[in-house]
Structure formats: structure tokens, C-alpha cells
Design a protein around this ligand. Structure first.
Ligand code: ARG
Length: 413
């Protein structure tokens, strides 16, 4: 009996070719595993295709809830945005896929797992590092990284082996999607000067064609996790799906990012992430109201560290767990409701309220009822400004340099 390998199977061209290639090259029995985290199409059809192409078994799983509860919401609580732009949809999906591959390999008695990533992206790193963390005994095979076939060669291989080539294979774009967002690269997008053509977008309308009246949404949070939409309690999956729909209709969540890949190159990626855009904004607005300035400051550092960890394939690490514990603790008073307005490609926060709000009207108002003690301010400012005054007296304030006219050639350097 040949050895078994569990392959992460999407139903697309590359992973279909991988089934055949693994069976031929390594003489392995291929078990295809397809997990629905919000991006796959018709699961039964994908399962049929896997078997037709040569898999000995085709497993399908709906893991949307696990994805949202264990990956997406912790990242939302952390305000994780890679390089301040990318909400990390693809990057969050990979460690979950790795876990599912490992679980399946163990229950099926496989000696190896396989995935469809190429050798120059981030995804290979996320898969491989997560797999070694979870199951160092498993062998990892990445057919697309090994075979080095071009798009045309892959199509030719498929045709030569009776593998149906989907019409989407003719598309020049590489697309990955799950509930948290849709990632699009390749084709004309590889020219960072070229404006993304309208045809690449599937979740968001062009702001030129969106409704002329805004929609409002009220998002309720508990412990930093969204739990309701317009007063109606919803589970995380349904809430994200509804927000993707509503915000997408208004063209919210298009992101054009020239990003720094872990493997050292810059790449241009377009993202559509309507729900992620809205939820990250709303969550931050609620934190602004319920966390102290010091908590916000520190949390910003944690957010960028957390985003890097996710992007760089380090989900299953001690540091990620430690930061997650901090983030979870930081969310204990992040409760309340945020009102957003969706209009012509923009999501603006237009209202927020919270039972744990640190905003105190009687302290903030300039009207009658002001209880802020203005007479206490001069004393506070005297001490606050003391080190500034002393340092300026001894070492100067920088004012003189500003007034000094520099010769022109000095200005240019
Ligand atoms: N650049 C993104 C990341 O590293 C997305 C990668 C997958 N993108 C794609 N279009 N297939 O997470």
C-alpha cells in the first residue's frame, strides 16, 4: 500500500494538477481536504472533482465559525493591520488550514501533507512553519514550489492528463478569498502604476455606481467582539457576511497595497475587505472611548507587532499567545455600540456609546454644567512645562535655527 498525503485542495487548477502530480511523482495516495472558510464555491462539486482527478478520498469541512472565533476576532481585538493597510485575510486563513491538514493527516494515518503555494510567496512560509509547529513528524510537499511550471505549462499538463481546466484559469489574476477578505494579484496589477481595472472586483461596487443615499449600521460589541448589527444579535459568521454585503454595496473596503513580503520582495496586491474595514474602524472608535490614553498607546505597538506575527507565519508561537493574552485582557471594558455611515466608498464612524465610556460630558462641555476646574490648569501647566523651560534656557529652544537663513546649496542636501 502506498503512503498517504493530505492535500489542501481548493478545486482550482493548481491544486487539481497537484493531485495527479503527487500520485505520479511520489506514488502517494492523495486525500484532498477542502475547508470552507468563506471563499470556496460548491463543496459537493469540488469533492466530486477531486475524486475524478484521482484523489482516493475527498474531505470537506465547514470551518467558518472556527475561523472567525479563533483567528479573525482575535486579530480584530488586536486591531491587526499589516503595514497599516492589509487586514490579513489570507494570512489568517493559512494557520487554520495547516491545523486542519495536520488533524486530517493524523486521523487518516498519512505521513505527509501538501499545499499549493509557490516558492516565492508568504503562504508557503505560513503553511510550513505552522505545520512544523503542530506536527514536526509530518513531511511537507509543495508541488507548485517543486515543479516550477508556468501557467501555460500547468494548463498543458492538465489538458494532457484529462484534468478539466476551469474557465477562471484563463484569468490572469491569482485570487484568494475567505470571510475576512479577498486578495487579488498578478496580471496588469504587477505594474504598480496601473490603476486596478474594474473587472477584478467582486465584492465591492465602484463608488461611481454606488447608491446616492448612505446606509447606516449600528454594531454592538462585547469585550471587543462584534455581537450585534442594528440591535439584532448575530453570530460572528453571519455578522461578517451581512457587513460584507452591505459595505460592499457602497464600495467600502478596496485596498491597493504595495507590500513588503517576508521573502524580501515588494509585491502589489489589491484587497477587498468590506466587513474588515468597517469592523476595524468601529472597534478602534470604541477603544478610543473606553481605553485610557496609555492603554491606547501601548496597544498600538502591540497591534503592529501582532500584525507582523500573523503576516510572517508565526501564528503558532509563544509570542503570539502572550500577546493574545494581553489583548484579551485589554478588551474587558470594550463594550458598547458604534454607528457607521457607509457612503460612496467611505465608512465613517458617526456615533458611539458605551456603558464603560470614559467620556464625561460634564468635564468635556463648554456649555453650562461644566465641572472642569479651570483654575487648576495653571499649576498643572507650570509643572508640566518646567523641564521644557529649563532645557530651553540652558540648551536653546531651536527657534534660532529656524530663523537662520541657510545658503541655497546647503538646503539641497
Ligand atoms: N499578499 C497577501 C498575503 O501575503 C495575499 C497572498 C495571496 N494572494 C493571492 N492573490 N493569491 O497574505
Amino acid at each position: 500500500m502506498s503512503d498517504k498525503v493530505v492535500l489542501a485542495y481548493s478545486g482550482g487548477l493548481d491544486t487539481s494538477v497537484a493531485i495527479k502530480w503527487l500520485a505520479d511523482k511520489y506514488d502517494m495516495e492523495v486525500i484532498a481536504l477542502t475547508a470552507d472558510i468563506g471563499g470556496v464555491g460548491d463543496l459537493p462539486a469540488i469533492q466530486q472533482k477531486a475524486l475524478k482527478v484521482g484523489a482516493v478520498k475527498a474531505l470537506t469541512l465547514d470551518t467558518k465559525e472556527l475561523f472567525v472565533d479563533s483567528f479573525v476576532f482575535p486579530a480584530l481585538q488586536a486591531d491587526a493591520l499589516y503595514e497599516g493597510q492589509y487586514p490579513l485575510a489570507t494570512a489568517l486563513g493559512r494557520p487554520l488550514m495547516a491545523k486542519l491538514l495536520v488533524d486530517a493527516a493524523r486521523s487518516e494515518g498519512a505521513i505527509a501533507v501538501a499545499h499549493g503555494s509557490t516558492g516565492k510567496g508568504n503562504d508557503q512560509v505560513r503553511f510550513d512553519v505552522s505545520i512544523v509547529a503542530l506536527a514536526p513528524e509530518l513531511r511537507i510537499v509543495a508541488p507548485a514550489r517543486e515543479w516550477g511550471m508556468t501557467r501555460e505549462e500547468t494548463i498543458a499538463y492538465a489538458e494532457g492528463h484529462g484534468i478539466p481546466v476551469p474557465i477562471t484559469a484563463a484569468s490572469p489574476y491569482s485570487i484568494d478569498e475567505n470571510l475576512w477578505g479577498r486578495s487579488i494579484e498578478c496580471g496588469v496589477l504587477e505594474d504598480p502604476w496601473a490603476e486596478p481595472p474594474e473587472e477584478i472586483f467582486a465584492w465591492t461596487k465602484s463608488p461611481a455606481t454606488t447608491p446616492d443615499v448612505p446606509d447606516y449600521a449600528e454594531i454592538g460589541f462585547e469585550k471587543g467582539i462584534p455581537i450585534s448589527l442594528d440591535g439584532k444579535k448575530l453570530d460572528g459568521v453571519a455578522l461578517i457576511q451581512q457587513l460584507n454585503e452591505l459595505a460592499g454595496k457602497h464600495g467600502v473596503g478596496r485596498i491597493d497595497h504595495v507590500e513588503s513580503r517576508l521573502v524580501g520582495i515588494k509585491s502589489r496586491e489589491i484587497y477587498e475587505a468590506p466587513a474588515a474595514t468597517v469592523l476595524l474602524k468601529a472597534h478602534q472608535a470604541l477603544e478610543a472611548m473606553t481605553l485610557s490614553r496609555h492603554q491606547l498607546r501601548f496597544k498600538e505597538k502591540v497591534a503592529s507587532e501582532y500584525a507582523d506575527i500573523i503576516y510572517n507565519g508565526l501564528w503558532f508561537t509563544a509570542l503570539r499567545q502572550d500577546l493574545a493574552a494581553y489583548v484579551e485582557s485589554s478588551q474587558r471594558h470594550v463594550v458598547g455600540t458604534v454607528k457607521v455611515k457607509l457612503f460612496k466608498g467611505n465608512c465613517s464612524v458617526v456615533g458611539r456609546k458605551s456603558p464603560a465610556s470614559l467620556y464625561d460630558y460634564s468635564l468635556a462641555t463648554y456649555d453650562k454644567g461644566d465641572v472642569f476646574d479651570q483654575q487648576a490648569s495653571p499649576g498643572f501647566i507650570h509643572i508640566w512645562g518646567l523641564p521644557v523651560k529649563i532645557q530651553a534656557r540652558v540648551q536653546g529652544s531651536g527657534n534660532r535655527d529656524m530663523n537662520k537663513k541657510k545658503p541655497k546649496d546647503e538646503l539641497d542636501t
